[in-house]
Design a protein around this ligand. Structure first.
Ligand code: SAH
Length: 389
């Protein structure tokens, strides 16, 4: 990697980088040397000009994302990092003979801020969240090809994640769509070209499994179902009936195809293209299990207050609707809503409903979405399993 500039921090502002936190904020910078362009690699030094690390420069609140601490990144930088991340997925038993889709790189959690890589049974999807990663995309693709045996295609999809639009394109091979992956032995179609994000929500894998474990004989409502992940697990476990709801017609169509792919009896399932809030309005005592997995209601701190109102209303509705002794799986994937705030919001929903509610489980993101202990901001998926009397 070519280092294009040098950033010297103000006195006393080096502490977080010394503790391996990867973000350098604009307010911490004393001098900038070498006139780097957005996306260039720079060296970061403390006020005494000792090296703290190397990272991508990009004008903005977070001015540098550190990818390497102390050592300058060499030729095989990405290959080494990706090999390490892959090994972590192997050791943590994410990749098994029953699961061939996984997140290979989870940004800061794998020491690669700005980079997401999801692997779907031989196809890798790269998503850049920084201009630096965008500029390095060919090197990243080369590293994946070198390190991950069995990857035959690589698709770059960053059209909506960068400040400026970039074309989605194959960097290696090409693949027929939709593509089939396996997760805990269940099969799913994934369409990274047309689908949301990189095509599939891998982060709910273990929570889907838990829904499966609790669904035998139950009437299940899966709201915000997207491609029907939770619905497939519930039916596989022997749910009596599953209803899936999503506002997107495409998502509901894909849910139907995924149920078919797994060979379920169509009489046990119904899908609805509907707004979840509207759908719940006239329901009561119909479902034993309700799943609430909405999209991030808040993407920025400014939107947090509005988002809390959304979570409050949604959870109050589900608590009102669920059968006595029923179970609610409720999630928030908004990074700016932390675990405590989400919990407090659900408490407020319970109080509003006037029903007795117990917390059975606190849920989170799986091992292929790791959180660096020095970067708690990396924890974004929070869930609660509620038992409603
Ligand atoms: N649970 C899914 C992921 C959910 S993603 C899984 O396991 O794969 C969020 C989904 O909510 C998207 O498919 C989006 O189309 C849908 N959505 C957004 N707003 C909605 C609303 N108001 N009512 C119903 N669905 C909505």
């Amino acid at each position: 990697m070519n280092i294009q500039g040098k950033v010297i921090l103000k006195k006393g502002r080096e502490a977080s980088a010394r503790r391996f936190h990867p973000w350098i904020f604009s307010g911490a910078i004393h001098t900038l040397e070498g006139n780097p362009a957005d996306g260039d690699w720079v060296e970061v030094q403390d006020a005494g000009q000792h090296t703290l690390g190397y990272g991508h420069y990009q004008k903005g609140t977070i001015t540098i994302r550190l990818l390497s601490f102390l050592n300058p990144p060499g030729e095989s930088f990405y290959a080494e990092k990706i090999a390490k991340a892959f090994n972590q997925r192997v050791v943590s038993k994410v990749i098994t003979e029953f699961t061939n889709c996984f997140r290979l790189v989870h940004g800061e959690g794998d020491g690669l801020p700005g980079l997401i890589i999801d692997v779907y049974n031989g196809v890798a999807i790269i998503q850049a969240h920084s201009i630096g990663v965008h500029k390095d995309r060919q090197t990243v693709a080369g590293a994946i090809k070198e390190v991950i045996k069995g990857v035959h295609s690589i698709y770059y999809k960053s059209q909506n994640t960068l400040p400026e639009k970039s074309a989605n394109e194959y960097l290696l091979g090409m693949s027929v769509l939709p593509h089939v992956v396996m997760e805990h032995g269940n099969r799913f179609y994934v369409d990274w070209e047309e689908g949301q994000k990189t095509g599939f929500f891998l982060d709910q894998r273990e929570n889907r499994k838990l829904v499966g474990e609790m669904s035998r004989g139950a009437k299940v409502l899966n709201t915000f179902c997207y491609t029907g992940g939770f619905s497939v697990y519930a039916l596989k476990a022997g749910a009596e009936l599953v209803h899936s709801v999503d506002a997107s017609e495409k998502a509901v169509a894909m849910t139907g195809k995924n149920l078919e792919l797994n060979g379920f009896d169509p009489l046990q399932h119904r899908s609805f293209v509907a707004d979840t809030f509207d759908f719940l309005k006239d329901k009561k005592d119909e479902y034993d299990i309700i799943i609430l997995d909405p999209p991030a209601f808040a993407k920025h701190k400014d939107a947090r207050h509005q988002a809390m109102k959304g979570y409050q209303r949604l959870n109050a509705e589900a608590i009102r609707v669920i059968k006595p002794n029923g179970i609610i799986f409720t999630f928030s994937c908004s990074q700016v809503v932390d675990r405590q705030l989400f919990y407090d919001t659900v408490v407020s929903s319970a109080i509003q409903s006037g029903r007795a509610v117990n917390v059975l489980h606190h849920l989170s993101q799986p091992a292929d979405h790791p959180v660096s202990i020095y970067h708690p901001e990396g924890e974004y998926l929070k869930g609660l399993v509620l038992y409603v009397n």
